[in-house]
Ligand binder design. Structure first.
Ligand SMILES: [Zn+2]
Length: 101
C-alpha cells in the first residue's frame, strides 16, 4: 500500500507525494531522485471531487449532510489517494552525451 521508491522499495512519506507535485525529491533511503507526476494526482483529485458531487445530494442528513459527506471523503479519500499514488524515477536533468564514434 502506498507509494514506494521504485529503486529500493522504501516507503515514501505521504507529504512528499502531495507537496510540490511535479518537482523531484530524493528518496531518504537510497537518495534516488524521484518524482510524482502532477497529472496522476490531478486525475485522482478530480475523480474524488466528481464522486463527492454525485453523492452530495444522496447522503443522509442525519449523518451531517454535505459536511458529513465531506468528512467521510477526507477520512476515506486521503488514504485512497495515498494508496493510488506512485512515484517514478525522475528523468535525468542532464542529458547523457551521445556516444562518440
Ligand atoms: Zn530509494
Amino acid at each position: 500500500m502506498g507509494p514506494r521508491c521504485p529503486h529500493c522499495r522504501e516507503r515514501i512519506l505521504f507529504l512528499k507525494t502531495q507537496w510540490g507535485l511535479g518537482s523531484t525529491f530524493a528518496c531518504k533511503a537510497c537518495d534516488t531522485r524521484l518524482i510524482v507526476p502532477r497529472s496522476q494526482s490531478a486525475g485522482i483529485t478530480l475523480s474524488m471531487f466528481t464522486a463527492f458531487w454525485i453523492f452530495r445530494n444522496h447522503f443522509p442528513v442525519e449523518w451531517g449532510g454535505q459536511l458529513g459527506l465531506f468528512l467521510v471523503f477526507c477520512i476515506i479519500g486521503l488514504p485512497t489517494v495515498w494508496a493510488l499514488t506512485s512515484a517514478k524515477l525522475a528523468p535525468e536533468t542532464t542529458k547523457e552525451k551521445p556516444p562518440e564514434i
